[in-house]
Design a protein around this ligand. Structure first.
Ligand SMILES: Nc1ncnc2c1ncn2[C@@H]1O[C@H](COP(=O)(O)OP(=O)(O)O)[C@@H](O)[C@H]1O
Ligand SMILES: [Mg+2]
Length: 319
C-alpha cells in the first residue's frame, strides 16, 4: 500500500501561562517525537484517553497548528508550505469535529454552508456549484429539502452529515474525523460510521479516525494507533490489536470495553491518574501506571519493537 502521509519526529509544545511573571515559560509537550505513516485508502484509528494528544496530532498533520518535525503529504513537507500552496493543500485535506453544531454557522442555510468552500476555492459557475451540492447531498444521505434549512433545525446525527458534506464537497483525499460520533446516541453512531465507511469507498478517501472509544474503532478501522501522553505506544492492524494486544496500556484499554472483550476476562485497572503532560514521567511515560513496571522503565524510553510486519509496540517487555 502506498504512503499518503509520512510523519517524522513530530513534536508539539504548547506554551502555557504560569501564574508568576518572573517564572520561566512553561510548556505542555503534547506530541513526543511521533513517527507514523498513513497509507493511501486506509482508515487509521487513533485511540487513547482524553488529553493524550489525539486532536493535537490531527491538527498538526493538517497544519492547523505549528509543530516541529516533518509531515509529508504525497512527498511534500506541508509544514513548510506557504500561501498558495497552503490553500491547495487545504483542498486536499479536511477535518470534522465532535460537535458539528459549533462548527456550522447558525445563520447560514445548509445550501450556503455547502457553497462556501466551493466559492473560497474559486468555483463560481452556478451550475457547477449546484451539481456539486446535489451530488454531495445525495452521497451523505441528506435531501434537497434540507438545503433550505438552518443547522438548528436538525438533530445531532443530521448535523454531522452536514459537516461531513461540507468537508467532502471539495473532494479531498484525506479526512481527519476527530471524535465525530462521540456526542451522538449509540443508534445514530452506527449510521454515521457506516456512512463514513461507504464514503471512504466511493470517494477513495484516506481517514484518520480519532476516538477515545475502542468499541467504535474496532469495526471501522484497518489499523489502530494507541496513544498515551503524547506517545504512540502500539500500532497494529485492527484484528491483531484486539486479539493480541501487547502494550500493558492497550491491554487495559481493551479490557475496559465490555462490548469488545471476552466476558469471563477481568478488567485491568490502571494505577493512579493520567500524569500531567507539563511534567511527563521520565523513561516510559506509562511506567507510573503500569503493573509490569521495572526499574529500567523509569530510566530509559523504550524502543519501538516490531512484533510482526503489521504490529509495533513501544515497551521493554518486548525489546
Ligand atoms: N491550545 C492549547 N494550549 C495549551 N494546551 C493545550 C492546547 N490544546 C491542547 N492542549 C493540551 O495538550 C494536551 C493534549 O490535548 P489534546 O490533543 O486535545 O488531547 P485529546 O484530543 O487526546 O483529548 C492536553 O494536555 C491539553 O490540555
Ligand atoms: Mg480531542
Amino acid at each position: 500500500m502506498q504512503t499518503l502521509i509520512d510523519i517524522k519526529n513530530l513534536n508539539m509544545y504548547y506554551p502555557i501561562m504560569s501564574g508568576n511573571w518572573s517564572a520561566k515559560k512553561e510548556f505542555i509537550h503534547a506530541l513526543n517525537n511521533i513517527n507514523l505513516e498513513i497509507r493511501k485508502g486506509e482508515i487509521l484509528g487513533l485511540v487513547g484517553e482524553s488529553g493524550c494528544g489525539k486532536s493535537t496530532l490531527g491538527k498538526a498533520i493538517l497544519k492547523l497548528i505549528e509543530p516541529s518535525g516533518e509531515v509529508s503529504f504525497e512527498g511534500q513537507n506541508i509544514l513548510k508550505l506557504k500561501n498558495n500552496d497552503i490553500k491547495n493543500f487545504r483542498k486536499k485535506s479536511q477535518m470534522i469535529f465532535q460537535n458539528p453544531y459549533s462548527s456550522l454557522d447558525p445563520r447560514m442555510t445548509v445550501y450556503k454552508i455547502l457553497r462556501e468552500p466551493l466559492v473560497v476555492h474559486g468555483i463560481r459557475d452556478k451550475n457547477e456549484i449546484n451539481s456539486r451540492i446535489f451530488e454531495i447531498v445525495e452521497l451523505t444521505g441528506l435531501s434537497e429539502e434540507d438545503l433550505k434549512r438552518y443547522p438548528h433545525e436538525f438533530s445531532g446525527g443530521q448535523r454531522q452529515r452536514i459537516a461531513i458534506a461540507r468537508a467532502l464537497i471539495l473532494k479531498p483525499e484525506f479526512l481527519v474525523a476527530d471524535e465525530p460520533v462521540s456526542a451522538l446516541d449509540v443508534s445514530i453512531q452506527a449510521q454515521i460510521i457506516t456512512l463514513l465507511k461507504n464514503l471512504k469507498e466511493k470517494l477513495n478517501l484516506t481517514i484518520l479516525f480519532i476516538s477515545h472509544d475502542l468499541g467504535v474503532v474496532k469495526y471501522l478501522c484497518d489499523r489502530i494507533a494507541v496513544m498515551y501522553l503524547g506517545d504512540i505506544v502500539e500500532l497494529s492492524d485492527s484484528a491483531t490489536l484486539f486479539n493480541s494486544p501487547k502494550h500493558p496500556y492497550t491491554q487495559a484499554l481493551i479490557s475496559a470495553v465490555p462490548s469488545v472483550y471476552k466476558k469471563d476476562a477481568e478488567e485491568i485497572k490502571l494505577d493512579g491518574e493520567l500524569p500531567s503532560p507539563k511534567n511527563p514521567p521520565c523513561g516510559c511515560r506509562f511506567h507510573t501506571r503500569c503493573r509490569y513496571a521495572k526499574d529500567v522503565c523509569s530510566q530509559k524510553e523504550p524502543e519501538i519493537t516490531k512484533i510482526s510486519d503489521s504490529h509495533y509496540v513501544r515497551c521493554v517487555l518486548y525489546e
